[in-house]
Design a protein around this ligand. Structure first.
Ligand code: BTN
Length: 243
């Protein structure tokens, strides 16, 4: 199952994820079609946050996948393929790009891209997934701390469409790989793996530990002095540090 056979460019839309979800459900969009928007007026981020992206300077795009694809048999595989493809694309321009669990790509400590995967359960055994990606390309100034772009890291201006084609090529390669290969590559690219780091849980507890792995259920496994602990998306934060 490949993506990007067809790329549709929209001048402006509320959210490419919303557009893809609606059009795919109504049958008017083929699986893997990439919807790219120059402007998003209500871009969505993780956990109800907004995704802000300066018009024309970055990449904001989405594509639908369906349960028929092999990829969805191991649900975390969509996340692994997308994260690996995005990370390797960024790494081809900036050496130290890494996957920051659960859904970010960082260069050093700075976020350069975010992934929003939304699933639609429309009957008891059918699931569609909308994969949405925001990748900062030519934007120079950010209102949030610790954000960056390819331009800020390399000093080069990029053609967003070319970068999109690089992502599509990466995705289409990794999507053909067996799950065990994806699992290994994901962990090779995982930020702070096996490095002692500081974390804060949602109940306010700060602790030190090292990331061991991300499990197939999507939870992160952290080894502390005393024990191994497991956290789902949203249950834990990294305490920021300068690298
Ligand atoms: C995050 O890091 O919080 C995830 C950000 C995902 C943003 C992208 S931009 C294209 C697609 N459409 C949306 O509304 N969101 C995703």
């Amino acid at each position: 199952m490949k993506i990007g056979n067809k790329i549709i460019e929209l001048p402006s839309i509320d959210s490419t994820n919303n557009y893809v979800a609606k059009e795919f459900m109504s049958g008017s969009l083929a699986e893997g079609t990439v919807i790219l928007a120059a402007i998003q007026t209500a871009g969505k981020g993780q956990r109800g946050n907004k995704w802000h992206s300066t018009p024309y300077e970055n990449l904001t795009f989405s594509f639908p996948l369906s349960l028929k694809s092999k990829l969805l048999t191991e649900p975390i595989a969509i996340n692994f393929v997308t994260s690996i493809a995005l990370c390797l694309l960024v790494r081809s321009h900036c050496d130290d790009a890494a996957i920051k669990w659960p859904n970010d790509i960082v260069v050093a400590n700075r976020k350069i891209a975010g992934i929003l995967i939304e699933k639609q359960y429309y009957s008891s055994n059918k699931v569609n997934a909308v994969v949405g990606i925001g990748l900062n390309i030519n934007q120079k100034h950010f209102s949030v701390k610790n954000a960056t772009s390819l331009f800020n890291e390399t000093g080069c201006i990029y053609a967003p469409k070319e970068v999109l084609l690089q992502f599509i090529a990466q995705f289409n390669f990794w999507v053909t790989q067996p799950f065990e290969v994806l699992e290994e590559k994901y962990h090779e690219l995982l930020w702070l793996k096996n490095k002692i780091s500081q974390f804060k849980s949602i109940d306010g507890e700060c602790f030190e530990g090292a990331i061991i792995q991300v499990n197939r259920d999507g939870k992160i496994n952290i080894k502390t002095n005393q024990t191994e602990r497991y956290f789902a998306n949203g249950e834990i934060h990294f305490i920021e540090r300068d690298q």
